[in-house]
Structures are given as C-alpha cells and as structure tokens.
Design a protein. Structure first.
Length: 384
C-alpha cells in the first residue's frame, strides 16, 4: 500500500483528531489537554520514544539517533470567539483554532502512524515535535531548541494550511519565504483635565496621533522601493469621554521586514519618532520593543525535495511556485537559524465558501479533504 493510500484509509481517524483539537482549543504554553491527547495517540501508535519539553511540548523519536529528520506541528489556539456553525465548534469561550494548528497536529499524528508502520524502511531517524505557543512572541520554538530538540537533526519540515489554495495543491518557495516581525508598545503619558482648558493639560491623544501620522512616512521615504516592509498600528486606546483631555494614550503596532538592515532601520526610527513626538507635545513616554520572529528562509535542496515528493503524490500541476515572500511571520524560522528547513503551504480551500476565510478570522475553517494529503506529504518526506 502506498503512503497516500494509507493516509486516505486513515482519513476518518485524522478528521476525528482534528475535530477534537478544534473543539478543545488552548492558549500558548497551556495546551495541557492537547498534549495529553497527543501523548495518548503516540502511545497507541507505539514505536516512538515520547517525552515532554518546554512544559506542554511533545517530542517523539523513532529510528536511529545520529541523523534525524524533524517534522513539526504547532499546538496553540488564538484568543478569538468562534463564529462558525460547525458541529465541532470550540467549547472554550474566547478561544479558537483559527489558524489551522488543529489540522497540523492531526496531520502529523496521521504521518506518525504511517511512519511507524514503515519503520523498517527508514534510512535515518525521525523526530516529530508538537510545539506550543507559535502565535505569541517570543513563541515556543526557542524554548524547544533550548531543551535539545535539534540535537542530531539535519533537516526540518513544517506545513501550514492555506485557504487561498485549493485542497489538493501545495505552495512552495525556496529562499526567503516569510518576514521577520517586531512588535512595539508605546504609551504617551500626559496631564488630563477639562476639554475647555487645554492649556492646563498635556494632551496624550495629540501626541499619539502625531506619532501615528509621522511613522506612515517611514515605508514610503526611508525604505528602498526595491525592498518590502509593512508597518501597522493595530491598537490605539485613549480617553473616557468627549469633554476630558486624555491623560494616557496606549498604542500597539508591528513591523514586518524581509532583510535585517531594513528591520534595524525601522526599529530605530519608530522609537526615535515616538520619543520626539512626546518631546514636542510635552508628554512622558514609555516605549517597549519586542523583537519577535526572524526571517524564515527555506533551504533550496529541501524545497526541491518537497516539490518532488508533492509532485509524486499530487501531480506536478498541483505544486505551485510561490513568487513573492509573505509578510506574515512564523517562529519555525528559529529552527532555520540552526538547521536547514523547508516550510510550505498546504491548500485547504474547498468549494464551500466557509473554507475560504483567511487565517485569524472567527469564521476560519478548512476543507478536511486536505488532511490525508498533508499526512501523506509529511510521512513521505522522511523516506525521501
């Protein structure tokens, strides 16, 4: 029986696992019930040596230990109220698997079962990891690395469901695949008072507005037109009512860049503009920069391996070359700083409109026909 045939035979089981994880979402580093179910499934499969790392992370090894291929799935859910009408919708209020991590875990467990059934054909060891807290910086990858998950690993693979691609297709790109991300928090501390007497106050909202307006020029005037970067303000909170000058304004934003020099420039400039805005409007300031995830860069040889493997399973026409990097970010990039990696997209969009909502949307869902495909791809890679 071929690997894809075996994955299809196990489809019902993989779907049930995905729905269990979807119903029981948990936040980063608190994925206790999730980890327990993963451990239970790996124990049922047998053949793997299983251990916990980084609190809720799960590592499973099979085969010889000197040279290992690593396969990774992320575990955590988002703080988001689900608005689908799925029968397996989240049971945990305010939490939802809106980025496909439920599918990633189910597919990797499906791959584990196939790998165990073909253990005698392994030419090298395999390490399967279930990583906590991908969504929230500093993420779980660094914690996993510090506890030795890369010891003996010579290559690492991960996949991510992608609703913009149809189920039955994958998206691949060698080189820079995803952006680095850096977050910042700014607080302008003014002096509140009556709106009729602004001269007696220090308006924190005006300082915040000045800051937001000025940083808009950074991309257009400081970043090369041959480079790409994104600077977004996602949160601006100030004031309580119309006739009170706000004493405090809090702003949160993110920077996304595709090369290190541009990242350094924007981090420096955002802080400078924040401080000069505070000085000009005579407010105090609190500034915090959170350097999140580095640039994710795929190894050329491993990407070619994914292409060949996927073409054998799906046909060459369903292997889509991605032309441009994504400005999204991923902490799988941390593994890439240590070993060669390949991170690829697995089509999860179907004919139902409910499967085409983008990631981090409260109506996000997938075409579950992608699940055996993803399981087969991950299992097949270790035999390549």
């Amino acid at each position: 029986m071929t690997i894809i045939d075996e994955a299809i035979k196990n489809s019902k089981e993989i779907i049930e696992l995905r729905r269990f994880f979807h119903e029981n979402p948990e936040p980063g580093f608190r994925e206790e019930k999730t980890a327990e179910r993963i451990e239970k499934e790996l124990e049922r499969i047998g053949e793997f040596e299983v251990r916990r790392v980084a609190g809720t992370g799960v590592v499973a090894d099979i085969g010889e230990s000197l040279s290992r291929i690593m396969l990774r799935a992320d575990m955590d859910a988002l703080e988001l109220e689900e608005k689908t009408d799925a029968s397996y919708a989240s049971k945990n209020q305010g939490l939802m698997h809106a980025c496909g991590h439920d599918a990633h875990m189910a597919m990797l467990l499906g791959a584990a079962k196939i790998i165990a059934s073909k253990k005698k054909d392994l030419k090298r060891g395999v390490r399967i990891i279930f990583q906590p807290s991908e969504e929230t910086a500093p993420g779980g990858a660094q914690a996993m690395i510090s506890e030795g998950v890369l010891d003996g690993v010579t290559a690492a693979f991960a996949q991510h469901v992608y609703p913009q691609l149809s189920a039955g297709a994958i998206g691949v790109k060698s080189g820079v695949m995803m952006a680095a991300s850096d977050d910042f928090d700014v607080a302008f501390i003014g002096r509140e008072g009556h709106a009729a007497f602004p001269n007696d106050c220090r308006d924190s909202i005006v300082a915040g507005a000045e800051f937001v307006s000025r940083i808009q020029t950074l991309i257009s005037r400081r970043v090369s037109p041959f480079d790409s970067a994104v600077l977004t303000i996602g949160s601006f909170h100030a004031g309580t009512r119309r006739n009170i000058i706000a004493g405090e304004t809090r702003i949160q934003g993110t920077i996304r860049t595709l090369n290190q020099e541009t990242g350094e420039l924007l981090r420096r400039q955002v802080e400078q503009i924040a401080r000069s805005s505070a000085t000009a409007l005579e407010t105090g300031i609190e500034f915090k920069l959170i350097e999140s995830y580095p640039i994710l860069e795929n190894d050329i040889e491993l990407t070619d391996c994914v292409k060949r493997t996927a073409a054998d399973i799906l046909g060459e026409k369903n292997v889509i070359e991605i032309k441009h990097p994504s400005m999204g970010s991923e902490d799988f990039a941390y593994y890439g700083g240590k070993v060669p990696i390949c991170f690829f997209r697995l089509g999860s969009g179907g004919e139902e409109s409910s499967t085409r909502f983008c990631h981090h949307n409260s109506k996000f869902n997938i075409d579950e026909s992608c699940l055996p495909i993803g399981a087969a791809l991950m299992a097949s890679l270790v035999f390549e």
